[in-house]
Every structure is written in structure tokens, then in C-alpha cells.
Design a protein around this ligand. Structure first.
Ligand code: GAP
Length: 461
């Protein structure tokens, strides 16, 4: 984990938020390479989930929704995690995560049950703060994860905010999809089964803040809500689980042994059945959730129908059967995928010359920079030729020009940001219009005609 965090900062992928003010826990900023990597993953997801399909359309709904949305969805009442505080250093800990360290699996267990176990451990003197070591801890309390803010309140202290002014920064993006279900039916020629996909920010007042970008308070979700006739749910659920696994293997190139499915025994308030797709994080010492695939049944449409007074049902155009569609959901945090691909790609290699290198073996299709162009040494003629090649290539994909060091240093830098190809212009290039292309993973070099360099890279991408 430390190696990845250090690389992300050193090489402009990810920075801690508000660092000059001492930082802000569990919020991160994406630097120049981070944003490219994130966008490439998002783009690959969108292509797979929307562009390549005829049965899914896209949406971009607002972060803020009518506050009743979150009462109808059940989040105001049930969207919480158990929290304990250290009375000495005020460290705030998620009780179920703490108990995991003692061998208990307390996912979605009542706070009363958690407190029973906590007091047993405490009586044995086993319970202590993971920051200062004190045994003086509070009981567990439910801590609602919705982030509250206000609209329209007069100037004044936030504590004086009236309940009717409270608005929530969305805790999951899918609620905007449900609120637009009728709009989509009325404006688009969709027929069941069909899906609505969206990517956008979600916000959660997470308690634990020490897992880098795995669990953050502000994150991007990529969600698909797939509407089906209830009788088709089981089949579509299996289909989508398989589709999503395939995407990880084929597009993000994660190896089979590093991904697994885990069925949920305990379900969120909206779910009828749920699986996690889990990845084996080297930096977190084991498998953890990257994506949820859930059967939400008719919970969401029925609740929004009840709270809004608008019917959210569907009439089959052939049979005229009227019913509330059931929903199958796939939901993944984009930031978590960035972490996963960095974790999988990060390698420290010993080289045959006795030196070592750090390399990010990212799939070329999602690498932030596809190619780097260097003159072999500082020479105006070489630099001009290299800049020409750079100018042509950057119309095709993201390319960098570099002449700031010796060739070895420039290779190392590109290895660390995962650039799959480095193109070097030397004196031979000036004579015969060829260049050398060095591949990141094998470090093999080939000489190709300059005019073919773009197609050579495109083929590999
Ligand atoms: N709409 C369903 C839903 O939100 P979830 O299991 O709470 O379900 C789905 O979240 C996915 O969103 C998770 O698998 C994870 O990838 C991502 N996610 C949830 N909370 C997150 C957080 N605090 N930071 C980063 N990603 C998060």
C-alpha cells in the first residue's frame, strides 16, 4: 500500500485532498495521470455497458434530489454503520471492521448484537483503540452515512439549519435513475427488458478513513439499473454476473485467480439477493469487494410510487399486462477500480544488470499515456524530428514528449506511469526515417519505419 501511495503522489496520479491545510480524511484528488487512467476505465465501462448494447441507455442525473427521495429509498432510516469512539484520542472506528480483526463477521448485524460482543471482549481486556492503544472506548452507535447539507437557508450557522432545508448529497447514483424511470418510458422507445446506466459522484460519511482510495467519502459510482419482468429476474441476474466477470477478465485483464464472487448472506434493506465481485488486493492483504450485483426487486419503484403519488409501472405493449418492473443492479466504484488496476499492475523488478525498476503493467488500452517520444540525446536536429513525430501521434492518442534526462531515466519514468511504448529518435532515424520502439513489459526494442509507428501502436492497443 505505501509503495502504491508513494508512486501515485510522486508521479502525479493521486494526491491527498487539501494537503496544504493538513489534509482531509478519505478524500483524494486525481492528478494528470490519475484523471487519464480514471477516464479510460470509465470509458471502457460505458462502451461495454451502453455503446455496444441496444438494450441500455445512458443518463446523467443531478447529485441533489428532492429530500423525500432518501426517505422513500430507506436511506434516512437504514443507511448506517456501527461506530465506536476512543474516549482518549477521539479515534472513530467502524465496529464491524474492528471485530473482523478478532475473527467475527458482523456484516449488517444489529448494533445491539455488536455491543454484546464488544462488552465480552472489553471484559477480557482485549478491546483497545488501534491508534493510541487505550481500552476506554464508547459503545457502538449507528452512524448514518448520508451527507447532509442545505439549500435555501438564510445566512447563519449550519447548526441552525431547519429540518425542511436539509438536502442530501446522493448516497448512491441509482436513485436518480428511478426518479427518471417515467421520463425515460415517455421519451424513449424502450421495451422491457432494458437498462439505464449512469456514472457520477456519490457521497458517504464513511467512518473509516485509512484504506487509500478503496473507501472514500466522495467517489464515483458506475451503475446499471436493468428493468425486467419479475419472471425473467433469475435468468438476467445470472447473465449480468457473468457479463461483469468477463469484463474484468477481458478488458481490465485481471487474472482469474484474483477475482471471485461472494454471495451475501445478509442483505441491504433494498436487496432480495446480492453478490459481491471481489478482487484479491495485495495492498489490503486479501479479497475485498469491488462491485455489487443486486436484485432489488420492486422495492425502489414501489417506494417512490408510494412517496410521490405517481404510478411507476409498465404496460406490456403486446399483452397489455400492467406491472411494476423488477430491478437488477450492477454497481461499482470507479475509484475502487483505479485502486484495483494499480494494485494488479504494480511490479518491482530486478533487472539482469543488477538494477531494479518499478513498472506499472497496465493494459495498454487504459494506460494514461500510450506512447512517449524521446530524442536519444540533446541535439536540435534530433529534438525537431522527435517533436514532429510527437505532434502527429498526439492526434491519435495521448502521447508525451520528453528530453529532460538521459534515456535510462526517461524509460524509468515512463515505466512508473505505465506507458506501454517508448519511441526513440537517433541519428539513424535522420538518415532512414526509422525509429526504435521499446515495449514496457519486455523492454524489447524493435526498429520500425516512422510512418508506421502510429499503426504499430494502434495494433497493440
Ligand atoms: N446502488 C447500490 C450501492 O450503492 P453499495 O454496495 O453500497 O451498493 C456499490 O456500493 C459499490 O460502490 C461498491 O461495490 C463499491 O465499489 C462502491 N463504493 C461504495 N462505497 C464506497 C466508498 N465509500 N468509496 C469508494 N467506493 C465505494
Amino acid at each position: 500500500m505505501e509503495d502504491i501511495i508513494a508512486l501515485c503522489k510522486r508521479r502525479g496520479f493521486i494526491y491527498p485532498s487539501s494537503e496544504i491545510y493538513g489534509g482531509m480524511a478519505a478524500v483524494y484528488d486525481y492528478g494528470p495521470y490519475g484523471v487519464l487512467l480514471k477516464n479510460n476505465i470509465q470509458d471502457a465501462w460505458w462502451k461495454n455497458m451502453v455503446q455496444y448494447r441496444q438494450d441500455v441507455i445512458g443518463l446523467d442525473s443531478g447529485i441533489f434530489m428532492h429530500p423525500t427521495t432518501w426517505k422513500a429509498s430507506g436511506h434516512v432510516e437504514s443507511f448506517s454503520d456501527p461506530q465506536i469512539d476512543c474516549r482518549v484520542c477521539n479515534n472513530r472506528i467502524r465496529a464491524d471492521h474492528m471485530l473482523k480483526k478478532y475473527g467475527y463477521d458482523f456484516d449488517r448485524v444489529s448494533v445491539e448484537e455488536i455491543n454484546k460482543t464488544l462488552s465480552e471482549l472489553s471484559a477480557k481486556g482485549k478491546l483497545h483503540c488501534d491508534k493510541c492503544g487505550s481500552t476506554d472506548m464508547t459503545e457502538a452507535r449507528d452512524f448514518n452515512l448520508l451527507v447532509r447539507t442545505n439549500f435555501g437557508s438564510p445566512v447563519g450557522a449550519l447548526k441552525d439549519m431547519k429540518e425542511e432545508d436539509v438536502v442530501y448529497a446522493r448516497g448512491e447514483t441509482c436513485q436518480g435513475i428511478y426518479l427518471n424511470f417515467k421520463n425515460i418510458l415517455d421519451s424513449m422507445r424502450v421495451k422491457l427488458p432494458f437498462g439505464i446506466a449512469q456514472v457520477g459522484k456519490a457521497f458517504r460519511n464513511e467512518i473509516v478513513a485509512r484504506q487509500f482510495i478503496f473507501r472514500t467519502r466522495e467517489f464515483e459510482q458506475m451503475e446499471l439499473q436493468y428493468f425486467v419482468h419479475p419472471r425473467d429476474m433469475a435468468q438476467k441476474f445470472d447473465y449480468w454476473i457473468e457479463e461483469r466477470m468477463k469484463w474484468y477478465f477481458d478488458v481490465l485483464c485481471i487474472s482469474k485467480e484474483n477475482l471471485r464472487l461472494k454471495k451475501h448472506d445478509k442483505l441491504a434493506h433494498y436487496a432480495k439477493s446480492a453478490y459481491d465481485i471481489q478482487y484479491n488486493f495485495k495492498s489490503l492483504n486479501g479479497f475485498d469487494e469491488i462491485e455489487g450485483v443486486h436484485q432489488r426487486g420492486d422495492w425502489d419503484l414501489t417506494r417512490h410510487s408510494k412517496f410521490s403519488g405517481h404510478e411507476l409501472d409498465y404496460t406490456d405493449p403486446t399483452t397489455k399486462e400492467k406491472f411494476v418492473p423488477h430491478i437488477m443492479e450492477t454497481s461499482v466504484g470507479l475509484n475502487r477500480l483505479v485502486f484495483m488496476v494499480l494494485d494488479f499492475a504494480f511490479k518491482k523488478e530486478e533487472l539482469s544488470n543488477g538494477k531494479s525498476r518499478v513498472v506499472l503493467q497496465l493494459p495498454p488500452s487504459i494506460a494514461p499515456i500510450k506512447a512517449a517520444v524521446f530524442p536519444l540525446q540533446k541535439d536540435e536536429k534530433l529534438a525537431n524530428a522527435a517533436k514532429n513525430i510527437y505532434t502527429n501521434l498526439c492526434k491519435e492518442f495521448s502521447v508525451e514528449y520528453d528530453d529532460a534526462g538521459n534515456i535510462g531515466k526517461m524509460y524509468r519514468r515512463q515505466d512508473e506511469i505505465g506507458t506501454p511504448f517508448c519511441l526513440t529518435i537517433d541519428y539513424q532515424s535522420l538518415e532512414d526515417n526509422t525509429i526504435t520502439i521499446r515495449e514496457r513489459d519486455t523492454m524489447r526494442q524493435v526498429r520500425v519505419a516512422t510512418s508506421e509507428s502510429a499503426s504499430y501502436i494502434k495494433d497493440k492497443l
